[in-house]
Design a protein. Sequence first.
Lengths: 204, 204
Amino acid sequence: VFRTNTEKKGEKERVRAALLRAALRLSALHGFASLGLREVSREAGIAPTSFYRHFADMQELGVTMSSELVGEAIAEVCAAVRAGQGPVASVLWDAMFGASLRDPELIRFFVAERSGASASLRASLQHQLARLASELTAASAAETLPAAAADSAVVLLIDVCARALDETEEQRVALRESCVWAVERLLPAPGERSSTAKSGKVTS
Amino acid sequence: VFRTNTEKKGEKERVRAALLRAALRLSALHGFASLGLREVSREAGIAPTSFYRHFADMQELGVTMSSELVGEAIAEVCAAVRAGQGPVASVLWDAMFGASLRDPELIRFFVAERSGASASLRASLQHQLARLASELTAASAAETLPAAAADSAVVLLIDVCARALDETEEQRVALRESCVWAVERLLPAPGERSSTAKSGKVTS
DNA sequence: TGTACATCAGTGAACGCGCGTTCACTGATGTAC
DNA sequence: TGTACATCAGTGAACGCGCGTTCACTGATGTAC
């Protein structure tokens, strides 16, 4: 009565993962907001009624996609930044774009639903984004940066990564350079001096 | 037979505008992808079947929202940048955030659907964004900028504008400063020197 | 070990509902002469 | 000017469809003793 173990639990876990992957695959096509419980269950190979054994509704499934699937990818990128050698911006791009290549649907989901229709999903994805941003702030010269600089850098990063997936290899190289350049501008490494005054009146 | 004029045309135009505004209002709540033809028609005060007198389907309505509603707002911001006195970044923020305050649902639509589910709508909104980006490139020191710098600046700008709408006045001031700072970093005004090398190896 | 019981993921039938779309029609407005 | 006709935005009834959700049930797995 206390524990139900091994075989039974593992099987449930596999179906749950199938639902998450099915939803990810389908939202790359139509967008998460337009997904139906029956559609996702069909794609996962179970009866519609079985959906409820795993999630209360589509909203709960969406938040789980964020906290588990996106969360794991972000954790990898954070680890790469923490451990990385050389310029932060390059390490950051390579880690994030690498993750995007391994799982293109995941970053598309991330970018699209960060501004999507579901408030709870937006909030959950914003939290994932903030995790990476605070990792970046820690890796930079914190005292000279506006609080939102790292957030801006991450917003740009994921946007460009998602767009780069649709491009040719040549274009990707150009986008990498352009994105690394922008992130370096936004996140000067420790010791680097900013050439731009913090507010207004640069030219005039 | 050749012309059908005055009263009749004006009335049709008014219903058409009501449909566009209804769709904008509703997509601020649920997201455009989840809108139905019946729902929009109801909100606009017409019978569902009358929808077809104006648009072939929801996709066509969405693209029209982009080209007409968003298009007009972007044109205003472009004009402000072209005519503006002082630092480009400040003028840009004030024009864009001013437009956002006047029509909050419009910029939310812009930001959300730029990464949304409909490919044709995405493309149309990307076009609007590019119009503003090229205006900015023209206002800056073109020869020193990566091609995508202005695009990055505009992506950041609209993202922050949309988020600022949900914040207190204090927070908005902070977001303005942070966004202006970021845009200035990405778009140095003519004559300003960049302190960051174009690729890699800043710290090592 | 063997037996009786509890758990619970998965199921198929059924429900009421809102959807997109078609159709033939109305009636006000505009045009021809 | 008056009359007959054309146009066309808006309508209500009707259709078939896929949706989310409920329900009672099955049967394999795990537990108690």
